[in-house]
Ligand binder design. Structure first.
Ligand code: ADP
Ligand code: MG
Length: 258
């Protein structure tokens, strides 16, 4: 992974493969996936349930190790680090957002957001940063609340703030609207899109939902672990159109495989 393109990309994935189980129970979750994300780009990976979306994000985050291939974040090959360094690296360079928010119930909104800094170093340096995040995400009057006192949309916004607090190289979002109703889901997408533009964030979102993917710049279609198509969202004026294209790509490949 020495090409200059690779080195300058926030995330570069090369020929990544990962399977689970063995012999007749073996599942190829990710198959020879290569992708790159440019600084400030929002990439979506869309695929049906079981297509390997979460596995791909976990590989990019270094939470799972690949059978083959490489992942580089900020030009650093994840395989070159031992577990301890990888943990520190992840805390500094990767912000994760999950479908289920993963907030700590006993901590306030503020402490949940600051958690990545409390675990690492540099809290004092970024103390003012939290006020900006709370304001941007509409959470200022919730900072002393606990997660169970918040709506689903508010809890997910706290999770986003927590993913952003350490100024990571990349934000990885796994079905971030999966637990929200469609109105709150769209509001959340709008907020993520605004953050990306204003703060020039680099984001990878995985989803099965075209109305989430349409907010990205570029959409990769994942099917049975393979990237089978790249779509530019500029070519689609509605998520319905994008969704129709997505279904077309899936059925096209189903025919090819059959
Ligand atoms: P998605 O997020 O798109 O729903 P996943 O990445 O969770 O898909 O899963 C892809 C495939 O890999 C599925 O068939 C799933 O059952 C399998 N898989 C994922 N994680 C594991 C695991 N830890 N052990 C065994 N099989 C797994
Ligand atoms: Mg998943």
């Amino acid at each position: 992974m020495k090409s200059s393109v690779t080195d300058s990309s926030p995330v570069a994935v090369e020929n990544l493969s990962k399977s689970f189980g063995r012999e007749h129970t073996m599942v190829q979750a990710i198959a020879e996936v290569s992708l790159q994300v440019q600084a400030g780009e929002h990439l979506a990976v869309i695929g049906p349930s079981g297509s390997g979306k979460s596995t791909l994000l976990h590989l990019i985050a270094g939470l799972t190790s690949p059978d083959a291939g490489h992942v580089a974040v900020g030009g650093v090959d994840l395989a070159s680090m031992n577990d301890r360094r990888l943990t520190l690296f992840r805390r500094q360079h990767i912000g994760m957002i999950f479908q289920s928010y993963n907030l700590i119930p006993t901590l306030t909104v503020e402490d949940n957001i600051l958690l990545p800094l409390l675990l690492g170093k540099g809290r004092s340096r970024r103390d003012g940063h939290i006020d900006v995040l709370l304001d941007t995400l509409g959470l200022t009057d919730r900072r002393r609340h606990r997660p169970d006192e918040l709506s689903g949309g508010e809890q997910q916004r706290v999770a986003i703030a927590r993913a952003l607090i350490a100024d990571p190289t990349v934000i990885l979002a796994d079905e971030p609207t999966g637990n929200l109703d469609s109105l709150n889901g769209q509001k959340l997408c709008e907020m993520i899109s605004k953050l990306r533009k204003e703060q020039k964030r680099t984001i990878i979102t995985v989803t099965h939902d075209p109305s989430v993917a349409i907010w990205a710049d570029r959409v990769l279609v994942l099917r049975d672990g393979w990237i089978v198509e790249t779509l530019s969202t500029d070519s689609y004026s509605t998520s319905k159109e994008l969704g129709e294209r997505f279904l077309e790509v899936l059925s096209r490949d189903a025919e090819t495989v059959a």
